[in-house]
Design a protein around this ligand. Structure first.
Ligand SMILES: Cc1cc2nc3c(=O)[nH]c(=O)nc-3n(C[C@H](O)[C@H](O)[C@H](O)COP(=O)(O)OP(=O)(O)OC[C@H]3O[C@@H](n4cnc5c(N)ncnc54)[C@H](O)[C@@H]3O)c2cc1C
Length: 378
């Protein structure tokens, strides 16, 4: 283990791990500075969708970026399996957003039209299906389901196993993962970054800030910015049951292990130590109206997690002009975008600059001057 690196990645959640994995794959000498498993990470609290539909309202480049991630996810899963022997159970079998009643279906159609009519938007095959069409693909829907939207590029994965596979892969690439190394300050001088951590100083030629919502505090230390607006989400998990759900739904999915996850709340309260039963009961009620057989299953777990959320819902990728070699990366949908972080962002970091044609739209400079609007991020 050394104290000087080509790249120091700050944050060992899904973002930092995917970028560090991509850098390790390129043979770079990398460390990941992290708080460790004591910290509560979005990467261990998420719903595990690899999701395309309805992404990008207000920023069509985000739709394209998400489609690109979906397109390379199976290669990513294959590379992880080949390297580590871990199967992350990625399935790109198409996903639904279900409507309960005609009004919800109309609202979904309006959203689809708005997305479709955006100049420069990518076509990703999202379509509205009526109840009969949905029932042919999802035979267990309840009587209140009026239809839904379907996108063939949607899928899901075992995200905890993905996280483990990435960390296993990091070790195999010789990347130093350093838990209990929270970074408190960063200095830049003579083309070198010095990172003060709880244990010791680390030096690196480049740094990637991938510390989730903590990026807001760290980024200004190296001439960057990351305006965050985190939200809380709750998830309910049932006991295992026979396979009944061949496609993931925005709010309900059956995992590769047979449990059923329910979740989609977006709350302003940022305390992830408590649950709000009135919200989980609404989530559970809607899920049961979509699939009445869920009413027979016991709930085995519930939790809440804090989303890493840039203020307008879109990713932030930037590099510093005042401290060349400093990068920032944060986003919601870090499961979906993991393949992009490994195969797109990591090579850009290795090369020393972000490619404007691919990620220029995601610079935090977009926050200057214009009003910030929140996107539909699921
Ligand atoms: C309820 C919920 C549902 C979600 N569902 C989905 C979904 O279905 N699909 C999808 O694509 N995404 C989903 N997400 C989002 C996804 O989980 C996140 O985008 C992703 O996990 C973010 O990863 P991250 O590494 O940026 O952040 P985190 O996982 O929060 O990790 C940040 C890391 O930075 C470290 N850190 C913080 N400060 C410092 C410091 N000063 N020094 C060193 N290290 C530091 C922390 O210790 C932590 O390990 C969901 C999130 C939530 C909460």
């Amino acid at each position: 283990m050394r104290d000087d690196y080509e790249v120091a990645v700050v944050g060992g959640g899904l973002l930092g791990s995917a970028i560090a994995w991509g850098l390790g794959r390129l043979g770079q000498r990398v460390c990941v500075l992290d708080e460790g498993d004591v910290t509560k990470r979005a990467s261990r609290a998420n719903f595990a969708l690899v999701w395309v539909q309805s992404k990008g309202l207000g920023l069509p480049e985000y739709t394209k970026w998400t489609v690109r991630a979906s397109d390379t996810w199976s290669t990513f899963a294959g590379d992880l399996r080949e390297q580590t022997g871990l199967d992350v159970s990625f399935q790109r079998n198409g996903g639904f957003h279900l409507a309960l009643g005609d009004k919800e279906l109309e609202q979904r159609e309006v959203l689809l039209k708005r997305l479709h009519n955006q100049p420069g938007s990518a076509d990703y095959g999202m379509q509205i299906l009526d109840r009969a069409q949905v029932a042919r693909m999802l035979p267990h829907i309840g009587p209140e389901v009026s239809g839904g939207s379907f996108c063939p590029l949607d899928g899901h994965v075992n995200s905890l196993r993905t996280f483990r596979a990435l960390h296993t892969g990091l070790a195999m690439f010789g990347v130093d993962y350093l838990p209990e190394h929270p970074v408190s300050s960063i200095a830049y001088a003579g083309g070198e970054f010095r990172l003060a951590t709880a244990k010791r100083e680390i030096r690196a030629a480049k740094i990637v800030l991938a510390a989730g919502n903590a990026n807001e505090r760290l980024a200004p230390m190296v001439g960057l910015e990351a305006q965050m607006g985190p939200t809380r989400g709750q998830i309910v998990v049932t006991e295992r049951t026979q396979p009944f759900l061949p496609h993931p739904i925005t709010t309900v999915r059956q995992t590769d292990e047979g449990t059923v996850m329910v979740g989609d709340s977006k709350e302003d309260l940022l305390d992830d130590a408590v649950l709000n039963p009135s919200i989980t009961s609404v989530m559970a009620d809607r899920a049961q109206r979509m699939f009445p057989l869920l009413g027979r299953l016991n709930v085995v777990r519930t939790w809440s997690g804090i989303r890493v959320m840039p203020k307008d819902g879109f990713p932030i990728y930037d590099h510093s002009t005042t401290c060349p070699g400093a990068f920032v990366a944060c986003c919601h949908s870090g499961v979906t975008l993991a393949s992009n972080h490994a195969y797109e962002i990591a090579p850009m970091v290795a090369a020393g600059a972000l490619e404007a044609a691919k990620v220029g739209a995601f610079s935090a400079r977009r926050f200057h001057g214009s009003a910030v609007s929140t996107s539909g991020y699921y």
